[in-house]
Design a binder for this molecule. Structure first.
Ligand code: CA2
Length: 144
């Protein structure tokens, strides 16, 4: 099984800014933990980050036939991007939405996810563990 794990804008800054919200863990630390768990689960993982909406759209489009599941932390694009939503809907690759913080406990503009209706489910608020939970949900996605 091949899983594509996508990260949206500014997540490359994790661990360097706003530690009171996002903690001290870097995206590289998260990637290492995800790779460890993926090895235990015997699944292949491709881990990417982009600050560019169009690049994320391209990756989602290209995932068809290459990956079995997408796990995505779309970051701020979660709340703004019809383009990402359309790409997920059109791509037909089952997609799981994840967030580090609990978006529903934050500012009102973060309560709305434009991608949630086209994702299989949403995992939000468990810090870096959201990535592990997303991966575990991805492995079993056909059973849900
Ligand atoms: O909680 C999450 O995972 C978010 O997707 C993170 C996004 C935010 O816009 C979403 O509402 C929730 C922000 C990612 C940016 O991360 C930063 C890390 C360090 C410094 C600044 C931003």
């Amino acid at each position: 099984m091949k899983i594509l794990l996508l990260n949206g804008p500014n997540l490359n800054l994790l661990g360097q800014r706003e530690p009171e919200i996002y903690g001290h863990t870097t995206l590289a630390d998260i990637e290492a933990k995800v790779r460890e768990r993926a090895a235990e689960l015997k699944v292949q993982i491709e881990f990417r980050q982009s600050n560019l909406e169009g690049e994320l759209v391209n990756w989602i489009q290209q995932a068809k036939g290459q990956f079995d599941v997408i796990v995505i932390n779309a970051a701020a694009y979660t709340h703004t991007s019809i383009a990402l939503r359309d790409a997920i809907a059109a791509g037909g690759v089952p997609t799981i939405e994840i967030h580090l913080s609990n978006v529903h406990a934050r500012e009102e503009f973060r309560h709305k996810s434009l991608i949630a209706p086209v994702c299989r489910g949403q995992i939000t608020g468990f810090g870096q563990k959201s990535y592990i939970l997303g991966l575990e949900a991805a492995v079993d996605v056909k059973d849900y």
